[in-house]
Design a protein around this ligand. Structure first.
Ligand code: LLP
Length: 424
């Protein structure tokens, strides 16, 4: 294994056989804070953001971090301080943005099932745009806004029917998905929105899926969205901003998605060609900003030889790292200390009582009980999807900035878990 091939390099690298994140030795962090432990590199997040910023240099564009990828306050604080807006999907996420120092006026609200109460909260706070996903939602939002004496800025999420060629659970822009308004109904939906007293049309948006590793689906979607903008504007409804969602993939295991600036160079060229280059642009990246900025450290509890398989049982499980169980996702698992000893093949599994509780299958590792392993690419959709299944407390989180480690979340205790419960 060479450091340069690690997802997360150069912020994650072996130094004299020991794995470091920025200036800190991960083994020392595991010792101080215990395991399982999420550790994030602030520099890696800002580096990922910088690729988008380079891509958008000289353009009217705003990055709205899709905070569902990792909504921990300390992570949001990094992006708020870097001038990002936020893409939210619940009133809870809005509260987090505000608690982390973000501004409501930099928030866009996505999602197919916003409740009236969430609409009220977001209108009251003064968010910049509701990404509306259905015609009934347009009606309800208008009603809620009128009752509050407000006008809701809206963009309609269109479903361009483009195949992002990713896992079926995370493709969202195909006809059979629950997301967005069908291409064919878009003009009608815009005309309807424009006729409602509580709404002001400000934009159009699309998001076709996640972990997309080629540019083509984006180009296809962009062309389809621009066709729609031409139709909508011809009908007299101006579209101020174009929002192309998130979705750019990361390297989990030798994946080679385009760099954000390379992707946007292509997309901007297409936008220029079609005469839309000077529009206000928005994007909603999540995974590509945080995925490879984080690792999850976990201690090996037992090595259990089996008849067909050898198991390496670690103290992190599907409740901490749900992606393998949910999507059969691959995360690299590496030792914190490199040795020359020979390795054996293991299924790396957690203690949860389910056969689906595996973190990695058929991994060659040289490990013993008591060693610490790092599960890589764990910055996105891990902690934010963690649960308390098996009454396991969610892990602590540490944000590393150079040689400083900030605890941004304490390990959850059993008392924390039982706080809101009562006997009857
Ligand atoms: N915008 C909208 C409307 C979205 O639904 C999503 C993600 C994003 C932006 C951000 O997409 P990203 O840049 O992160 O790909 N839990 C799954 C991923 C679910 C993505 C859901 N929507 C996973 O672990 O792979």
């Amino acid at each position: 294994m060479t450091s340069s091939s690690l997802p997360g390099a150069p912020f994650l690298a072996y130094r004299e056989q020991h794995l470091f994140i920025e200036e800190l030795n991960l083994q020392a962090l595991a010792k101080t804070h215990g395991t399982p432990l999420f550790v994030y590199s602030k520099a890696a997040m800002l580096h990922a953001l910088a690729a988008y910023q380079r891509g958008f240099a000289g353009r009217k564009a705003k990055v709205h971090y899709a905070m569902k990828a990792n909504s921990s306050l300390g992570v949001l604080q990094v992006f708020a301080q870097a001038g990002c807006g936020f893409d939210i999907v619940s009133a809870g996420e809005l509260a987090r943005v505000l608690a982390a120092g973000g501004r409501a006026s930099d928030v866009i609200f996505s999602g197919v099932g916003k409740t009236r109460s969430e609409m009220q909260t977001a209108l009251q706070a003064g968010i910049s745009c509701f990404n509306v996903e259905s015609e009934p939602e347009l009606d309800v939002l208008s009603e809620v806004a009128v009752a509050m004496g407000k006008v809701a800025p809206v963009s309609i999420r269109v479903n361009p029917n483009v195949d992002p060629k990713t896992h079926p659970y995370i493709s969202t822009g195909l006809k059979g998905n629950k997301f967005g308004i069908a291409h064919e109904r878009t003009l009608q939906a815009y005309q309807h929105a424009a006729s409602l007293p509580g709404l002001k049309v400000v934009g159009i948006d699309c998001h076709i899926g996640s972990q997309i590793t080629t540019s083509e689906p984006y180009i296809d979607a962009l062309d389809k969205v621009l066709d729609l903008v031409e139709q909508i504007e011809a009908a007299g409804i101006p579209i101020h901003h174009l929002d192309f969602g998130g979705g750019l993939g990361i390297d989990y295991n030798g994946d080679t998605p385009p760099a954000a600036d390379t992707l946007w160079k292509k997309l901007l060229a297409r936008l220029d060609e079609r005469g839309f280059g000077d529009r206000q642009l928005m994007i909603e990246p999540g995974r590509s900003l945080v995925g490879n900025a984080g690792v999850c450290l976990s201690e090996v509890q037992f090595i259990k030889p089996g008849e067909q398989k050898n198991f390496c049982i670690i103290d992190a499980a599907m409740n901490d790292l749900p992606r393998p169980a949910m999507y059969e996702a691959f995360h690299q698992i590496v030792p914190l200390t490199l040795t020359d000893a020979s390795s054996q093949v293991y299924d790396v599994v957690g203690p949860v009582c389910e056969s689906g509780d595996w973190i990695g299958r058929d991994r060659a590792l040289n490990v013993q009980s008591g060693d610490t392993l790092a599960v890589l690419s764990a910055g996105a959709y891990c902690m934010s999807m963690a649960s308390n299944y098996n009454t396991r407390g969610r892990p602590a989180e540490v944000l590393v900035d150079g040689a400083k480690a900030h605890v941004i979340r304490q390990r959850e205790t059993v008392a924390d878990q039982m706080r809101s419960e009562s006997l009857f």
